[in-house]
Design a protein around this ligand. Structure first.
Ligand SMILES: Nc1nc2c(ncn2[C@@H]2O[C@H](COP(=O)(O)OP(=O)(O)O)[C@@H](O)[C@H]2O)c(=O)[nH]1
Ligand SMILES: [Mg+2]
Length: 238
């Protein structure tokens, strides 16, 4: 599959992105639009697994059999998740797992990644790990918000990947897992909402200083020593 239309259409997603990037540190900056936090989500996975179908179900509550597999596009959708408004900026990718300059760019700017496979296609399941590697390659040393999605669960008779296999892989990747059906609109909202929750929770963790980090322990030791010293200094009499 080719990377058609990436230039103009992905750029919408990229225009909305502010990434701080140097050789060692790549951090997508949180952005807002009209006071609403924008969440930049990238939908990845093999061609034909239903990335566009899942995305279009989420944004337009519709399902079609003839979405062009080569189209890579971005969509915006507002939602209120856990009482907090959110604007989801979703990039529905099309293309192979191989590295390209454009892919590198959106890998840097994405805040959360949905890796999709089809439960009717074992090969697409095996490719998940390649997409995970691709993310790690661009975003080394980062705890990236991820969700694993096994789509087409309505096609039970054609199933090649069991639910347990999906769960096990998600456990290995340390991320939530959903089996969805874009055709029947099953678990579509849950999947995107969970993605936003993942981004929010990892953002909260980053903001709170970790109590048991090396820096926190060093600070506590110094604080303890200086407190002792202050107590030990005898008061000079006038
Ligand atoms: N039965 C069924 N078909 C699906 C589902 N999701 C996608 N499809 C079909 O699978 C084909 C590929 O879907 P598409 O969204 O274009 O895949 P993409 O290449 O990953 O974006 C299309 O014919 C869709 O109608 C699903 O949940 N159930
Ligand atoms: Mg598509």
């Amino acid at each position: 599959m080719t990377d058609v239309l990436t230039d103009c259409q992905s750029s919408l997603f990229l225009q909305n992105s502010r990434c701080k990037s140097d050789a060692s540190l790549i951090v997508p900056h949180p952005t807002t639009r009209g006071g609403v936090r924008v969440y930049k989500i990238v939908v990845l996975g093999e061609g034909g697994v239903g990335k566009s179908a899942v995305t279009l179900q989420f944004v337009s509550h519709s399902f079609s059999n003839d979405h062009d597999p080569t189209i890579e596009d971005s969509y915006q959708q507002q939602a209120v998740i856990d009482g907090e408004p959110a604007l989801l900026d979703i990039l529905d990718t099309a293309g192979q797992v191989e590295f390209t300059a454009m892919r590198d760019q959106y890998m840097r700017c994405g805040e959360g990644f949905m890796i999709c496979y089809s439960v009717t296609d074992r090969n697409s399941f095996q490719e998940v790990i390649e997409y995970r590697r691709l993310i790690s390659r661009v975003r080394a040393n980062e705890d990236i918000p991820l969700v694993l999605v096994g789509n087409k669960c309505d096609l039970q008779n054609n199933r090649e990947v069991t639910t347990d296999e999906g769960k096990t892989l998600a456990n290995q990747m340390g991320c939530p897992f959903f089996e969805t059906s874009a055709a029947l609109r099953q678990y579509i909202d849950d999947t995107f909402h969970c993605m936003v929750r993942q981004i929010r929770s990892k953002e909260r963790i980053r903001r709170v200083p970790r109590k048991h980090s090396r820096w926190w322990r060093l600070r506590s030791i110094f604080a303890f020593i200086f407190r002792k010293k202050r107590i030990a200094i005898p008061q000079s009499s006038p």
